[in-house]
Design a protein around this ligand. Structure first.
Ligand SMILES: *[C@@H]1O[C@H](CO)[C@@H](O)[C@H](O)[C@H]1NC(C)=O
Ligand SMILES: *[C@@H]1O[C@H](CO)[C@@H](O)[C@H](O)[C@H]1NC(C)=O
Ligand SMILES: *[C@@H]1O[C@H](CO)[C@@H](O)[C@H](O)[C@H]1NC(C)=O
Ligand SMILES: *[C@@H]1O[C@H](CO)[C@@H](O)[C@H](O)[C@H]1NC(C)=O
Ligand SMILES: *[C@@H]1O[C@H](CO)[C@@H](O)[C@H](O)[C@H]1NC(C)=O
Ligand SMILES: *[C@@H]1O[C@H](CO)[C@@H](O)[C@H](O)[C@H]1NC(C)=O
Length: 929
């Protein structure tokens, strides 16, 4: 009989990229040849053998009777004593059917559980060897400790001595770092703040478990345990790092980019993280990687955890509730944010990764795009049609069909010959032009004919295969090389190419696509190496089953490290290069939308959800997508309105244009062969409904812009989940069919066909219909709202003042229009709001003080506008009207700065006045008696 404590230590492996190869050793009584399952032939045979046994077992009666022959008759009590929900997977290899034998060789417990897809059958016993905390010393910022492991695990190159560094960085931020003190390992090249003095009154307290090693983080005051890593063994091998923790509740959010409901289900789900080009599909790893979660505690307080690691990764969720991080490289570098409310957690996260950039005002207008306009004339015609129907549009885009042979920095001279004239015409109308760029550079042209490649080759800026020549893959233009954006030289080369191209086509913004990076070949035209970077001992459950599926080889060389480490950063580094190039070329705020993203991306770009299908469920999925990217510090986000692939219907597109009018980034985008879906192609009634939704958006742009300012300044969310505002109301925790703009505006879209009503949840309080001012008093309940096809429900929360502006067909036109202020009174007759205003495009206006900031207040029947900061731009803006929702008694007199003015009062308790012509740059007050 086998002892459960015994571990297989005999591992066969090739020298890895980081550490020295260790001596192979064999302990007495161990099964030889038990490396990670899929690696050796002998194991594959063993695996096949088992399948046969299992099959026979199923035929012959019970599976158990045959397969237990080498197990104790009764599984040891310590295995049975582990509750199902707390079984941590000891055999995560997805390509191996785990058998009692394989499990035993790892020293783990094998117990079948009731359901497949439920608890793991092979799990760690409570006494599975882990690290021991040998020493723990106080430091200026916290603690420094040494962990040791004496028994090796079943993965190659365990790091037997670890350094633990715990820094109490701020009262709400704790930093925990586990590294190899003897060999430097790859760390994510992200500029993060460093603390200089220890937090004085932290919201957290810390305990350490010595043997086995564990960290316990509690919330001071309530004593809620936020982190308890003693639940499963810590593993820190060269290419397999794993740590588990209990969670205080099952209310878990974040962990992107995945297509899931906003609230995670902890039902034995494995989420994989590896940037990948694929139409969004549930359970796949998608375009971006965001190892950050937010967890609501039972008392309504919130904390967040960020693992700063860019290697291929997995997160396992289980109902304990518990979570396991599993990564194949780098170090374990955690930040824990104590909140205590959801908004502060997200702010504290962004204090580490950086606040998002302020978009240009026009970037918040409506964008129109499709793949397959086919010509610049056709693109131009689309713009002209939009203008002739007076439908708001700020930017026209083109997909790759503008290029010659799909090559970057070229224009198809036959079909897109008039592109420069089109762009000039857009500019003449105060409109903007955005085009797509892919990172992959055509390598198949004769030398001397395609400068971007020739120059790039000369400068050595491409990603190389192991032997030092550029790695060649295949993307739209055919064979391609991939720029290495981890090299500063590449940024210079990118800028030079953009500069030359901009002189021909003066684009205003860039859309960077295919930057996972996507490759139509697996790895390269010559495949990849057989080494452990391309075929790590453990491969997370990524789509395609390998790290090089539809991307470049993990073993490829970049100037900062191997692609193995940098893959998930490709989109971030390209966005950074693109942002600095756009600033150098245009001298104005860059506008960039990127498909692949990583933490801190918001500093350089927005994101679209690559939402690929014109289907109702895709429209729903866009809302959890929006909310997640707001958690990730990338508030400029939206899905392809009306859907990308497949053909939309008029009803779907109408509903989607209405919802899309409330995406922070609003672009209608369509694929090549689908039916046209820009607003003008539909019936007059649909077209009018779409136009009205856009007019509502344009009216609300001053409010939206102010929200972006707060995102930029302190990391507020723009599109906000309801529970951020109502953390004590558990009914809001799972809501992802509604969302807020900031604190004050609730959007309740229709997400299904054939209905004329929608049910929305309204947290306790008074909510005013945005359009009419009629009020709805909720006790925290679901409300059925009329929703005819030409209407999207929008409500203002009590206590808000929203700055709105007379809409127009471009932001260039509307941004000079007078303001209309809308105050929605609380039950106590109070309201508050603010406005950030600047020229909409200059760099760093807030940082340089070139902006105006105005605060609005209502109390005791007096509305006051107070100018807290003023620059010239605000002087040109007038306040034309004020509408007050929820004025309980008909006023007799209304005065502005003491002077009586006319007003109207309606039965639904709406007081309004217009023609005020007040200068926004001066404070004023309006009183009603
Ligand atoms: C901690 O302190 C002990 C004794 O003062 C010392 O021997 C040890 O090297 C220190 N460890 C670290 C990690 O600094
Ligand atoms: C690694 O570093 C630690 C202290 O930092 C030291 O005690 C140990 O002997 C070193 N060597 C190895 C091989 O772990
Ligand atoms: C931490 O987890 C371990 C293992 O499940 C458990 O025994 C211990 O009680 C937990 N500690 C706290 C403070 O919850
Ligand atoms: C585009 O329009 C221009 C001017 O109207 C015309 O000269 C040109 O031939 C057209 N190009 C194509 C490809 O239709
Ligand atoms: C890639 O190879 C080129 C020569 O083809 C060389 O100039 C460049 O430095 C290499 N880059 C890296 C990151 O190895
Ligand atoms: C999915 O749609 C996005 C958005 O336009 C596009 O960039 C991407 O190539 C599409 N992917 C596939 C596989 O169709």
């Amino acid at each position: 009989m086998k002892s459960y404590r015994k571990l297989p230590t005999h591992v066969t492996h090739a020298p890895g990229p980081y550490g020295e190869e260790e001596e192979e050793e064999e302990e007495e009584g161990n099964e030889p040849g038990s490396p990670p399952a899929k690696k050796t032939l002998s194991l594959r045979w063993q695996w096949l053998g088992v399948v046969v046994i299992v099959g026979a077992g199923l035929l012959g009666g019970t599976f158990w009777a045959i397969s237990v022959r080498r197990l104790p008759v009764e599984p040891p009590g310590k295995c049975i004593s582990v509750p199902e929900s707390q079984r941590f997977d000891c055999y995560p290899e997805w390509d191996t059917v785990v058998t009692p034998e394989l499990c035993q060789m790892r020293g783990c417990c094998f117990l079948q559980s009731s359901s497949r897809g439920g608890p793991p059958w092979c799990f760690y016993p409570p006494d599975f060897p882990s690290y021991t905390l040998k020493t723990l010393n106080r430091t200026e910022l916290g603690f420094l400790g040494v962990l040791t492991r004496t028994v090796k695990t079943y993965y190659p190159r365990d790091v037997l001595v670890l350094q633990l560094q715990v820094d109490l960085e701020t009262d709400t931020r704790l930093h925990i770092k586990l590294t190899d003190p003897n060999n430097s390992r790859y760390e994510v090249p992200l500029e993060v703040p460093s603390a200089t003095k220890k937090a004085e009154n932290p919201l957290y307290s810390l305990d350490f478990s010595r043997d086995p090693f564990g960290i316990l983080v509690k919330r001071r005051g309530s004593g809620v345990v936020l982190l308890n890593t003693t639940v499963a063994p810590l593993i820190f091998a060269d290419q397999f790092l794993q740590i588990s923790t209990l969670l205080p509740s099952a209310f878990l959010y974040g962990l992107g980019e995945h297509r899931r409901g906003f609230l995670h289900h902890l039902d034995w789900t494995t989420l994989s993280f590896w940037a990948r080009d694929v139409p969004p599909t549930e359970s796949y790893n998608l375009y971006g990687v965001h190892p950050f979660y937010l967890n609501m505690e039972e008392a309504g307080t919130t904390h967040g955890v960020f693992l700063l690691n860019s290697n291929a990764m997995e997160v396992v969720l289980q109902p304990a509730p518990a979570l396991t991080w599993r990564t194949v490289g780098g170090i374990l570098d955690f930040y824990i944010f104590l909140g205590p409310d959801p908004s502060s957690v997200v702010q504290q996260y962004q204090q580490v990764i950086g606040f998002p950039t302020m978009p240009p005002f026009w970037g918040l207008g409506f964008h129109l795009c499709r793949w397959g306009y086919g010509s610049s004339n056709q693109t131009w015609q689309t713009v002209k049609n939009m203008r002739s129907y007076l439908i708001p549009q700020d930017a026209q885009w083109n997909d790759i069909d503008y290029m010659e042979g799909s090559r970057d920095f070229t224009v198809d001279p036959g079909h897109f010959g008039t592109l420069p004239q089109l762009v000039m015409d857009l500019h003449k109308h105060g409109q903007y032009y955005v085009l797509i760029l892919d990172p992959a550079i055509s390598s198949s042209q004769a030398t001397g004919t395609y400068a971007p490649y020739d120059e790039g080759l000369k400068k050595g800026i491409f990603i190389n295969i192991t032997h030092g020549q550029p790695l060649i893959g295949q993307v739209w233009p055919g064979l391609t090389a991939f720029p290495d954006f981890s090299n500063p030289e590449t940024h210079q080369w990118w800028l030079e190419n953009l500069n030359v191209f901009h002189a021909r086509v003066p684009f205003d913004g860039l859309w960077i696509d295919m930057n996972e990076p996507s490759n139509f070949k697996d790895g390269s035209v010559d495949g990849c190496t057989s080494g452990e970077l391309d075929n790590p001992p453990y491969t997370p459950a990524v789509l395609g089953g390998s790290l090089f599926a539809k991307t470049i080889c993990a073993s490829a060389k970049q100037s900062l490290s191997f692609h193995y480490d940098l893959h998930n950063l490709y989109g971030l580094m390209e966005a950074k290069a693109t942002a600095s190039a756009l600033i150098a070329i245009r001298g104005k705020r860059p506008f960039i939308i990127s498909r692949s993203t990583f933490p801190s991306q918001g500093r350089y770009s927005g994101h679209w959800l690559g939402d690929n299908r014109s289907e109702w469920k895709d429209m729903y999925w866009s809302i959890p997508g929006l909310l997640n990217f707001n958690l990730f510090g990338i508030p400029l986000v939206g899905a392809d309105i009306c859907g990308f692939s497949g053909s939309t219907t008029e009803e779907l597109c109408t509903r989607w244009m209405q919802l899309g009018a409330f995406y922070p980034f609003a672009r209608n985008h369509n694929t090549k062969d689908a039916k046209a879906q820009d607003p003008v192609v539909f019936s007059p009634s649909a077209r009018t409904a779409m136009k009205e939704a856009l007019m509502t958006r344009y009216a609300l742009l001053p409010y939206l812009y102010t929200l972006f300012h707060h995102a930029h300044r302190r990391g507020d969310t723009v599109a906000r989940p309801l529970f951020f505002e109502f953390p004590q109301d558990k009914n809001t925790y799972a809501l992802d069919q509604q969302f807020l703009w900031g604190r004050n505006l609730l959007v309740t879209p229709v997400l299904e066909p054939g209905v004329d009503a929608v049910i929305g949840y309204f947290p306790i309080g008074v909510w005013y219909d945005y359009y009419t001012g009629s009020s709805l008093q909720s006790q925290g309940e679901k409300v059925k709202l009329a929703a005819p096809l030409n209407h999207i429900n929008v409500h203002i929360r009590e206590g808000a003042v929203l700055p709105t502006q007379k809409p127009d067909i471009t932001t260039w036109m509307s941004s000079g229009n007078p303001l209309l202020l809308v105050a929605a009174l609380s039950q106590e007759g109070m309201a508050w709001g603010d406005l950030f205003w600047d020229d909409g495009e200059s760099l760093d206006t807030f940082e340089r003080g070139n902006y105006s900031y105005v605060v609005f207040n209502v109390s005791q029947n007096v509305f006051t506008s107070s100018v807290l900061h003023c620059n010239l731009e605000a002087i040109y803006i007038t306040v034309d009207g004020l509408t007050v929702y929820g004025v309980q008694k008909q006023p007799q007199v209304v005065t502005v700065n003491g002077k009586e003015i006319p007003f109207s009062y309606m039965e639904n308790k709406v007081l309004s006045m217009s023609g005020l012509n007040l200068n926004l740059s001066r404070s004023f007050s309006i009183k009603w008696i």
